[in-house]
Design a protein around this ligand. Structure first.
Ligand code: SIN
Length: 527
């Protein structure tokens, strides 16, 4: 058994920022199931938003964030995000991070969808995530933080006082290693790779959410999933992200014959909020019409977008034709483990930060380039909080009854990805969501929640976690009988402020019993 003051699980921007700040006064162990360079943050092309130009205002960044979030955001969290943005960026620059500059030496500020001002900082064009992460990884090397790679968190440990006291892990060889910690932080990212089409690192499959849910943490807003409009779409497969910054630089979405598809759909046309653009592209693809990004007007495309260019070239696409075939796919989860603005979950001594957490900052849809920012701002404040916490003695582990894994049958991960894409994708309805939920419930959700994980392989644990998260998405999406932001129901196509603006779907483990087939709460609501 290994002991630490703080355990951080994950290796994206929120994990590293939290760990770095906490390590000023505490011993931190950071564990990640893959290696430190595998995360959504590392892949991020878009950049990082902050109101730092003379023309811009924090109040405008707030207004744009609330508009993208369809007014469902938690205003306090939004204010914290936009107000602290210029400070965390200044700190990052002071510590040596290089952002792109204009020829006159001023910071280059880009435009993206639904922003009313140029406020997006980039590094090396569309490789911003990689360069911020390399900067933070370099800082990590100069810190006292212990990094454990190839270490998969399989179960959070609960003490006799009902607080979280650490995590059980499996190492590369499949050996159980137990970590005890005074405070445990989940920073494992969202659940993008649960969907057949996605822009995420394949390691991001919702496990942090499942781990927290299983020990009683509340999970909310799981119906709000952002589908990025433009993934490179080759031979029926989504091959990676084509950044929105490409549209920010003038590219437009067109049919095979070159007709612009966003004309007349929204006043911001190709830079309309992502859910509108994604739904429009989806409707063309559903009718069998291909959609392309016309990039012919962008000068020096390869220089400006090296990551997108190399992605296209690797997939055998010749950029000389000036057209990139695109399709939408899962990009970001607005929901997650319910936390306050300090990252505290409903389980004492368990914290969540970054995409795995739901502070409510993104509302029903995230504004572009607010996610790296979220990781920095909320990671910064959580790290400071943890650094200052008084030491606590770790109680003994609580005894809990577990189900044996004999006769366990599970679906294929790929089959699950397909089902989520089809039944809980860009356009949902009651019939599809109920089909998904029924499918999951044939595997006995109550039992899956209390499996003895030490009898399972990493692959089985990944599938069980995926099923738990899929169930949370299906249940939440069924319950919210309206459309808002990243949640579009064809059977309830309008926003219903009266019923839903103030209301959230919040689920806890204890609700599962009431919501499995035949006992669904939404049926009671409808009755
Ligand atoms: C993009 O480059 O389009 C993604 C940026 C983001 O999701 O914030």
């Amino acid at each position: 058994m290994v002991k630490a003051e703080i355990i951080v699980i994950g290796s994206g921007i929120a994990a590293l920022k939290t760990a770095l700040e906490a390590s000023e006064h505490k011993h931190v162990i950071l564990i990640t199931k893959s290696n430190i360079r595998h995360s959504n943050s590392y892949l991020a092309q878009g950049g990082i938003a902050a109101a730092i130009s003379d023309r811009d205002r924090v109040s405008l960044h707030k207004k744009d964030t609330l508009a993208a979030g369809q007014r469902y955001n938690k205003v306090k969290a939004v204010e914290k995000l936009v107000e602290e943005a210029p400070l965390v960026i200044a700190e990052l620059i002071q510590s040596g991070m290089q952002f792109d500059h204009d020829d006159d030496g001023t910071l280059m500020l880009g435009m993206e969808g639904a922003h009313s001002e140029r406020r997006i900082l980039h590094s090396h064009g569309d490789a911003t995530g990689k360069y911020i992460m390399e900067h933070l990884i370099a800082c990590l090397k100069n810190s006292t933080i212990t990094v454990m790679e190839n270490t998969t968190a399989v179960e959070l440990i609960i003490g006799k006082d009902d607080s979280c006291i650490g995590v059980k892990t499996l190492d590369k060889a499949g050996e159980l290693v137990i970590y005890h910690a005074e405070q445990t932080v989940l920073a494992t990212g969202g659940c993008g790779s649960l969907y057949h089409f996605n822009s995420n690192s394949q390691t991001v499959s919702g496990d942090g959410i499942a781990l927290a849910f299983k020990v009683g943490a509340k999970v909310r807003d799981m119906e709000f999933i952002q589908f990025h409009p433009t993934l490179l779409f080759i031979n029926g497969k989504a091959e990676g992200l084509v950044s929105e910054a490409v549209r920010g630089d003038g590219a437009i979405l067109v049919t095979e014959r070159g007709r612009p598809i966003m004309e007349g759909v929204h006043s911001l046309k190709d830079l309309a909020p992502r859910h509108i653009v994604a739904q429009t592209i989806f409707s063309y693809l559903q009718r069998g019409e291909k959609v392309f990004l016309d990039i012919s007007m962008i000068k020096d495309f390869k220089k400006r977008f090296p990551t997108v260019s190399s992605l296209c070239e690797k997939s055998g696409l010749d950029l000389q034709f000036g057209k990139i075939p695109v399709a939408p796919g899962n990009h970001f989860l607005m929901g997650g483990i319910e936390v306050n603005e300090w990252g505290q979950t409903s389980v004492p001594s368990l914290y969540a930060v970054g995409e795995v957490a739901c502070t409510g900052v993104h509302g029903a849809n995230r504004l572009a380039s607010n996610s790296l920012l979220e990781g920095l701002v909320f990671g910064n404040s959580l790290g400071h909080l943890l650094a200052k916490l008084p030491a606590r003695s770790i109680p003994e582990e609580k005894e809990q009854s577990k189900d044996s894994c004999h006769f366990l049958s599970l679906p294929d991960f790929e089959a699950l990805q397909e089902k989520l894409m089809n039944e809980a994708g860009i356009v949902r309805n009651e019939a599809g969501l109920a089909r998904l939920k029924d499918f999951l419930e044939t595997f006995n959700m109550e039992k899956l929640l209390q499996m003895e994980v030490t009898e399972l392989s990493i692959k089985e644990i990944k599938i069980i976690n995926a099923m738990i998260v899929a169930w949370l998405i299906a249940e939440s999406a069924l319950t919210r009988t309206e459309s808002r932001g990243g949640h579009f129901r064809s059977d309830y196509p309008c926003e219903d402020d009266g019923q839903w603006l103030e209301d959230s779907v919040i689920l806890a483990c204890t609700d599962v019993k009431n919501r499995v087939k035949g006992r669904r709460l939404y049926e009671h609501i409808e009755a």
